[in-house]
Design a protein around this ligand. Sequence first.
Ligand code: ZN
Length: 199
Amino acid sequence: MSILSDILTHNTRFVERREYEPFLTDPFPDKKLVVLTCMDTRLVELLPRAMNIRNGDAKVIKNAGAIVSHPFGSVMRSVLVAVYELMADEVAVVGHYGCGMTGLSCARVLQKALDRGVPPATLQTLEHSGIDLQRWLTGFDSPEDGVRQSVAVIRQHPLLPREVAVHGLMISPDTGRLDLLIDGYADRAGPVAAARSER
Ligand SMILES: [Zn+2]
């Protein structure tokens, strides 16, 4: 059986047996929290358990490396939608040790694309169209750096309300232990912090 048919067979039983009932909730995050984290398979169940996030508690945005690659891309848009439309008022960027985006090499990815049949002319066309593949397909030197960069892009975004706290954390993909990198309450550029810095 294919994975797809496994999923569909399971799904029919899941719905028939009303196994969804424990998960019923509304679209608003009870903890008023947005989590941006990595798509790593080890975090699928571990991260919510380790952070005590249940269905209905948080908006969870995932991509490779928990990276905000562009201040006007889809990740930042999701954060803003969560804040303005869904009443989230804190953001937690959660990177993890051993992230595959550490040292991701653009050249290596493109070589694999060529090996899988993408014509070399396609890469040239993309480059001539002004697409900076090198920048787009590059990870970070360390996952901690990645978290700091993502927090900075979110924190400094011109459309993010100043009172929203943006935290940075690292999680162990084995034990679920969290290490705090950036305390968003201390870093928050709210009226109090701003007044303090003006003195
Ligand atoms: Zn990762």
